[in-house]
Design a protein around this ligand. Structure first.
Ligand SMILES: *[C@@H]1O[C@H](CO)[C@@H](O)[C@H](O)[C@H]1NC(C)=O
Length: 303
């Protein structure tokens, strides 16, 4: 720009000096750019070449001035654009700084998340191990439970069986006194004793009409008796029978009144076996409403 301006000034100076030198009396005003060159041309035929050259030069200078003006406008415009670009660059720098800040924050967050992730993974793995352990414990407990359930069921059926046994278990117990009418015997033959005063007869296994007990089930039974003498100088006693077989024979000589003979025995009986008392031939037994002479028995247990 500055160079171009200097060139223009130089051109004006040169043209002025040169024109003065060639035309002698021609004033500087006559060759100014605004001057009337037609007059000069027509009045100075000798310098027409120079005038033409000057005119061309002037036109050139004029067009260069125009170009310079245009360039100045262009440069102003470019300057404006440069300023705008610079402020855009500043803006972009600021944006960049903001983005960098955000990026570093994001990176920090990323690191934090990584750490959190690792911690969570570790916790998950620990929980997984615990779950596995619990599951195997559950399996063990299930097995134990199943075994206990089986045991319980077995116990339950045992209880049921025991209940049934208890319910079905025959209840057998009897006790009876001989008579209220005093002395029985002596007879010429061994005689069946019929205890007519029934105290107890659970299960109705004792027959007070025959004096015979009949076992309702196979099992172990206990029997006992008592008898008393009353009159002196009599043989007192009795025999116990299972079916037709004598089990025991107990007795004494009556030297005085109220002497007792008592005994008991445990017998393993088959179902339908009978037990009863007999008065030996020639012997006697006594009883009255004091119930001296009794016959009793009960089932200990079936088997
Ligand atoms: C003898 O047995 C009968 C029948 O159980 C009873 O009523 C009576 O009181 C008994 N006699 C004595 C003296 O205990």
């Amino acid at each position: 720009m500055r160079g171009a301006g200097a060139l223009l000034v130089l051109l004006f100076c040169l043209s002025g000096t040169w024109a003065q030198g060639q035309s002698g009396g021609v004033r500087e005003n006559d060759i100014t750019l605004q001057g009337h060159s037609e007059q000069g041309e027509s009045s100075n035929n000798g310098g027409s070449d120079i005038w033409a050259q000057l005119k061309a030069l002037r036109d050139k200078v004029q067009s260069m001035g125009t170009i310079l003006v245009e360039q100045r406008v262009e440069m102003r415009y470019m300057g404006n654009r440069l300023t705008a670009s610079e402020s855009q660059v500043e803006e972009l720098k600021r944006d960049n700084a903001a983005l960098e800040t955000r990026l570093s924050v994001s990176e920090r967050l990323g690191e934090e998340l990584k750490r959190d992730n690792a911690a969570q993974a570790a916790a998950l793995s620990a929980m997984g191990a615990r779950v596995t352990a619990s599951e195997s414990q559950v399996e063990v407990l299930k097995t134990e439970n199943a075994a206990q359930a089986a045991e319980l069921s077995a116990l339950g059926s045992q209880v049921e069986e025991l209940k049934r046994e208890n319910t079905d278990r025959p209840k057998v117990a009897f006790s009876a006194g001989l008579t209220n009418s005093g002395k029985v015997g002596p007879f010429n033959t061994e005689t069946q004793l019929i205890y007519t005063k029934v105290f107890t007869n659970v299960g109705n296994t004792y027959n007070p009409n025959t004096g015979i007990f009949t076992a309702p089930v196979r099992g172990v039974y206990y029997f006992r008796f008592s008898m008393v003498s009353y009159e002196t100088a009599l043989l007192g006693g009795l025999n116990m029978y299972r079916n037709g077989q004598i089990i025991l024979h107990n007795g004494q000589f009556y030297n005085a009144g109220n002497e007792y003979v008592c005994n008991g025995v445990t017998l393993h009986l088959q179902k339908g076996d009978t037990v009863h008392m007999r008065l030996p031939n020639g012997w006697a037994v006594y009883d009255d409403d004091s119930n001296h002479s009794t016959f009793s028995g009960f089932l200990l247990f079936p088997m």
